[in-house]
Design a protein around this ligand. Structure first.
Ligand code: MG
Length: 255
């Protein structure tokens, strides 16, 4: 994938596949690790800066992560329909190409900034920061950051968000949390999405998916939802209400 985030290098688990020029590969790998360490440090600084923006303006920022096609944008459309009259919502969209998702959100009357990442397979804090400066944070209660569809790299980059939500659609394997543990460990909430398809699928078990998340020692709530069935989204809306209420409580106690 991208050459920005070190997809090819896992922490403490560097694999050099060529048997030729081993010394050269070790040297290159060391240099790469140093570059990546510096890059992640810079990202953490930018994320702290974003968090300060959110705190100053009382914005709740939620980072949505999943595979491509798991229904993130559809979930946001349904959420705007149901909650847009109560909260001032805005969206930052991350995709490799196109402005399609931002256009879908804008069609709902909600401000949306499209970040086109090109070769980069995740959003980083600096990209989010640049997007923030095109929004009026004084007019936003709830900011969704729809990350690039990818179950690997987005997990490594703090954006300054208050919460991580990871979607796993029922059209994917219920063992995805076992295969992609890092991102599912970061989840403050897991949504098993596209659940309207469950009756016609015999190879996805919500219980099995839940068990895989629990084996990662993540006790986050897990909800089975469908953007096409608004009744199934009640717990998701309540969870968002809870985040906003906690934000208001925190603000009241620091005044
Ligand atoms: Mg999308």
């Amino acid at each position: 994938m991208c050459d920005m985030c070190g997809c090819a290098v896992g922490s403490g688990d560097v694999e050099v596949r060529s048997v030729d020029s081993r010394a050269s590969h070790r040297h290159n790998t060391q240099a790469l690790v140093e570059v990546l360490t510096r890059l992640l440090h810079q990202n953490d600084e930018a994320a702290a800066h974003n968090r300060a923006h959110f705190d100053r303006h009382g914005v709740v920022a939620v980072n949505l992560m999943s595979s491509p096609g798991s229904g993130k944008t559809s979930l946001l459309e349904a959420t705007i329909d149901a909650m847009g009259h109560r909260y001032r919502i805005a969206v930052i969209e991350g995709d490799l190409e196109t402005e399609n998702d931002a256009q879908r959100i804008r069609a709902k009357g909600v401000p949306a900034v499209q970040v086109v990442t090109g070769q980069t397979c995740h959003l980083d804090a600096q990209m989010v920061h640049e997007a923030l400066h095109t929004l009026d944070l004084n007019t936003i209660d709830l900011l969704f950051i729809e990350n690039v569809g990818n179950l690997v790299c987005p997990a490594g980059f703090d954006l300054g968000q208050q919460a991580n939500v990871v979607l796993l659609s029922v059209t994917e394997g219920d063992d995805k949390p076992a295969k992609y543990p890092v991102i599912f460990r970061t989840a403050d909430l897991v949504l098993l999405s596209k659940a309207d398809l469950l009756p016609v699928l015999d190879d996805f078990s919500p219980d099995a998916a839940t068990a895989h998340v629990r084996r990662l020692a993540n006790a986050a709530p897990i909800q089975t939802v469908s953007a096409r069935q608004v009744d199934s989204l009640a717990s998701w809306f309540e969870w968002l209400d809870g985040l906003l209420a906690a934000r208001h409580t925190a603000e009241a106690t620091t005044r």
